[in-house]
Design a protein around this ligand. Structure first.
Ligand code: AMP
Length: 420
């Protein structure tokens, strides 16, 4: 492998047929939950204008500053591989005239995203996300609904070891006061901060709150907390969200230093983290200011996005979901020109009747075909030889008992259905 001339780009993966089984399982659960909750699917382009993310996600965020894959087209447009889904969905809301629809508009998506991060376990440069967005209404109950739906997905997938962490980062106004208080506090302790946070102090001080460096955490833990700075309206909104979670008997942990890496959030932010690794599986929050940034129009919104690879890894590791048997139980073998043609016809008939079969019509040698039947652990072999083809019948062999019988072509579908 190491000396292959071409290898996949660092931090990116092939989705093998086995991976796809897990993705498909997650997709089925997500799309089902979307359907029963009246969300409609939207898929935005993989490429968007660079400015959409610079303005929407925030120029000083790590995602925009360091992690975007950007390119200039021949026409001179500056485009980026999308690093997240909310800004594109909000753009699409305006561009497609969704404000004319009954509000709120509920949308969901499932696709690949790109961030030039340092690859490590659960952190890739191309990763898949599913996401849910509720646009056009500002009510605390919708924040709770998004959290409930996120939890429903994990419940449906039988994932249990997670914790819901929640915080409010207020609106731009009360956050401004908090930022001032935080910077005032941190400036006096700048020497103790890590190199990154020294820069963040000038550029995006809120991000210091969720720095993983032990010394930074120590300093931050004794500093001002955003909840003390919230205005009456933001406090009210947040308390109502928490109150609803309590009403729904959803356990949560108040996490005063949770800020999330995207500037568009207002009020509620949350992460559902895997207990063992602390990796976020699904995260989201409210973003009432994003419409103004993208289209100069007010558009309240709340949403969440989940990491498909991270969830798939849990399903795989904990053996919660076992992909179905890879190969069907029936193998169709053939000998001779006429046998081959009839085999193709019979295979088609069986498949039209939703009977899964395996064949290798391109092989002439019966021995090679039977070896393959053995390899895939076929329980039955349908053999169509030259002689059988002339009599319009096949031999059905039970591979476990070795017993075999002749079946007329016209009865083959009925007989096989009986066996399954
Ligand atoms: P975010 O858009 O940062 O709110 O992320 C939403 C979800 O996507 C997270 O909760 C993770 O599960 C997943 N995620 C984010 N970044 C990555 C990454 N680099 N690799 C894999 N999954 C990711």
């Amino acid at each position: 492998m190491a000396n292959l001339k071409f290898q996949r780009p660092k931090g990116m993966h092939d989705l093998t047929p086995l991976d796809w089984e897990y993705f498909q399982k997650i997709f089925n659960v997500v799309s089902n939950i979307a359907k029963i909750n009246n969300f409609e699917r939207i898929e935005t382009p993989i490429l968007e204008k660079r400015e959409l993310f610079e303005r929407g996600v925030g120029e000083t965020t790590e995602i925009v500053e360091k992690e975007m894959y950007c390119l200039k087209t021949k026409g001179g447009d500056e485009l980026c591989l999308r690093p997240e889904g909310t800004a594109p969905v909000v753009r699409a809301y305006f561009e497609n005239g969704f404000s004319e629809f009954p509000q709120p508009v509920k949308l969901w998506y499932f696709g690949p995203f790109f961030r030039h991060e340092t690859p490590q376990a659960g952190r890739y440069r191309q990763f898949w996300q599913f996401g849910f967005e509720i646009l056009g209404e500002k009510d605390y109950i919708l924040d709770a609904q998004i959290i409930l739906i996120s939890l429903e997905i994990l419940k449906e997938l039988k994932i249990e070891d997670f914790i819901l962490k929640i915080n409010s980062i207020g609106n731009t106004c009360c956050r401004g006061y908090f930022k001032k208080g935080l910077v005032h506090y941190l400036k006096k302790r700048k020497g103790g901060l890590c190199q990154n946070c020294k820069i963040r102090l000038e550029k995006n001080p809120l991000r210091i709150l969720d720095c993983k460096d032990e010394k930074c955490r120590q300093i931050v833990s004794q500093g001002p907390q955003i909840l003390d700075y919230l205005c009456e309206e933001c406090k009210n909104h947040f308390f109502k969200v928490l109150d609803t979670l309590e009403f729904l008997e959803i356990p949560f942990e108040l996490e005063p230093f949770l800020v999330r890496g995207l500037d568009y959030y207002t009020n509620t932010v949350f992460e559902i983290q895997e207990k063992q690794s602390n990796l976020a599986l699904i995260s989201g929050g409210r973003y009432d200011g994003l419409g103004k940034i993208i289209a100069n129009k007010d558009l309240p919104g709340v949403g969440a996005a989940g990491g498909v690879e991270r969830i798939a890894e849990i399903l795989k590791e904990k053996k919660i979901f076992l992909p179905k048997e890879k190969f069907p139980k029936i193998f169709v073998a053939q000998i001779g020109e006429l046998g081959k043609k009839w085999a193709l016809k019979i295979c088609q008939q069986l498949r039209e009747n939703k009977i899964e079969i395996f064949e290798s019509l391109g092989k002439d040698s019966l021995k090679a075909q039977l070896r393959l039947a053995d390899k895939i652990k076929a329980k039955y072999v349908i053999l169509i030889g030259q002689k059988e083809a002339l009599q319009e019948s096949a031999i059905l062999k039970d591979m476990e008992t070795g017993k075999q019988k002749e079946i007329k072509f016209e009865k083959i579908v009925k007989e096989i259905k009986k066996l399954l």
